[in-house]
Ligand binder design. Structure first.
Ligand SMILES: NC(=O)c1ccc[n+]([C@@H]2O[C@H](COP(=O)([O-])OP(=O)(O)OC[C@H]3O[C@@H](n4cnc5c(N)ncnc54)[C@H](O)[C@@H]3O)[C@@H](O)[C@H]2O)c1
Length: 336
């Protein structure tokens, strides 16, 4: 089984690579390194004792993609490559639409040209926006509140149309909630070029690179006023992809799954848990709400359990402990 991982040197992509190599897949990682470092490939090798092929390239370039597919015969594609910062997407929507929609269309076209049918797509819980129902099921109304979420929903819809019209692709769109954590060895973890997600920002505070953690909004209609999210361990998440990959081999067409724990945790609760694990105080500072953020997002995990036989196994403790091990071993992440 030869699997292309776009965004393969990134946070989730690199954990996915480890898991697939362990499962006996041959993997090729394709990434433009806009939000990751090449050092993550060495970490994959350190864990698996196998150095996967890495190709620097951009999904916005049809030439890069054609070159990649003409030299490799893939059985599957797992498509992580995207920009993902909600705030930035509000500021620069075109950048997001171009990368996340146009780039993804380029990928579909080259898959079609080379007869590669099976695709797992990284979507996001942000397609729901302010959900009409909590916990969120796959049937909830999709009403994204920012260009990032809109770019993910738009591509999901494009996939629906293509699968319906041509019936050549087998697709799983996976709507992730909030992946955090790191590989349990402490060798691989989240190391973005620009820290937007909560964990890398907490890491900056813990490592003394930032004085305090900025929390956007403490007046949301939640118990402690901070946003509530469904944090899941990145290792659980990549196992969800394995389940989805097996599922689309047997089930043609397109399917959509929420991937999360089903448990809501507020930003303050996450910080307290982190303080407990690290024995460190995390200084915080409240700022006004950020445009595009919604108060509460957590999933109803039933469909993934019933159809994929997948559920999360790791606790919030595990997420924080594994992140802390990664940070202690790699205070600067992969930026060295
Ligand atoms: N981490 C999260 O909280 C989260 C939540 C929901 C969905 N997702 C989705 O999961 C996917 C992976 O997220 P991640 O957290 O690993 O992010 P990440 O930024 O660590 O990984 C994405 C990778 O894609 C690469 N990339 C971006 N644009 C590219 C392009 N045009 N061509 C080639 N490579 C490109 C980046 O360099 C990066 O290595 C993304 O699609 C993201 O939208 C992430």
């Amino acid at each position: 089984m030869k699997t292309l991982i776009t965004g393969g040197s990134g946070y989730i992509g690199s954990h996915m690579a480890v898991k697939l190599i362990e499962e006996g897949h041959e993997v090729v990682l394709f990434d433009n390194l806009s939000n990751s470092y090449l050092n993550s490939i060495d970490a994959i090798k350190e864990i698996t004792k196998y150095k996967p092929l890495f190709i620097k390239g951009d999904i916005k370039s049809t030439l890069n993609l054609d070159d990649l597919f003409s030299k490799n015969s893939f059985d599957n594609v797992i498509h992580f490559a995207a920009y993902k910062a909600i705030g930035e997407s509000v500021k620069y929507p075109l950048k997001y639409y171009e990368n996340n929609i146009l780039g993804s269309i380029n990928l579909l076209k080259v898959m079609q040209k080379y007869g590669v049918k099976d695709l797992v797509f990284s979507s996001s819980a942000s397609v729901y926006g302010e959900a009409d129902k909590i916990p969120i099921t796959e049937e909830c109304i999709k009403n994204p509140t920012n260009p990032y979420g809109k770019s993910k929903l738009a591509f999901e819809e494009i996939l629906e149309d293509i699968v319906t019209s041509e019936n050549i692709f087998n697709v799983a769109s996976l709507r992730y909630f909030n992946p955090i954590g790191a590989h349990e060895t402490g060798i691989l973890g989240e190391s973005p070029v620009v820290p937007y997600n909560i964990m890398p920002v907490i890491a900056d505070v813990l490592m003394g690179r930032k004085k305090s953690l900025e929390i956007f909004g403490n007046d949301y209609p939640t118990d402690d006023g901070t946003c509530v999210r469904d944090y899941l361990h990145v290792q659980d998440l990549v196992e969800g992809h394995l389940a989805a990959l097996s599922y689309i081999k047997e089930n043609k067409g397109i399917s959509t799954f929420n991937l999360g724990t089903g448990v809501g945790t507020s930003v303050m609760e996450l910080i307290r848990k982190f303080e407990e694990i690290t024995y460190k105080k995390i200084d915080i500072e409240f700022s006004p709400r950020r445009m595009g953020d919604v108060p509460v997002l957590y999933t109803c995990p039933n469909k993934a359990l019933k159809v994929l036989n997948w559920e999360t196994k790791r606790s919030l403790n595990d997420m924080c402990e594994d992140t802390w091990r990664w940070l202690k071993n790699n205070p600067n992440g992969f930026n060295f």
